[in-house]
Design a protein around this ligand. Structure first.
Ligand code: 5GP
Ligand code: ZN
Length: 108
């Protein structure tokens, strides 16, 4: 049985505040934001971590990056963070949730 919390969020089995969504990717606000608008961007299908992402085909990676960019532009327009938006991927021991996600953190 899949107990991954981000898989459940991707299937709308657990609610989240959605920023942007398409068939393959989902952006939603972090439940414990480190700044206003802190957003997580996930592939809907379970990918464990960054090491697994780089094994995917180029088309998938491009689609993921383009979706992240759409989310980034949306946050820039809506929140106008003075210094822009920091994008980070945590890896290994830094990871709390083992379903690939990047953090978009507006910096004011
Ligand atoms: P990381 O794995 O990169 O360290 O961070 C996981 C992030 O997911 C944390 O910033 C945490 O606040 C967020 N998070 C964990 N569980 C949930 C949840 O159920 N809903 C939402 N929206 N965010 C979550
Ligand atoms: Zn998952």
């Amino acid at each position: 049985m899949n107990t991954c919390i981000f898989c459940k969020i991707a299937k709308h089995e657990i609610s989240s505040k959605i920023v942007l969504e398409d068939d393959n990717f989902l952006a939603f606000y972090d439940i414990n934001p480190i700044s206003k608008g802190h957003t997580l961007v996930i592939p809907k299908n379970h990918i464990k971590d960054f090491s697994q992402l780089v094994k995917k085909d180029a088309r998938f990676i491009q689609n993921y990056l383009q979706f992240i960019e759409r989310v980034r532009q949306k946050l820039l327009q809506e929140l106008k963070p003075k210094r822009g938006i920091k994008i980070t991927w945590n890896t290994e021991g830094l990871l709390e949730v083992h379903h690939l996600h990047c953090h978009l953190v507006p910096v004011y």
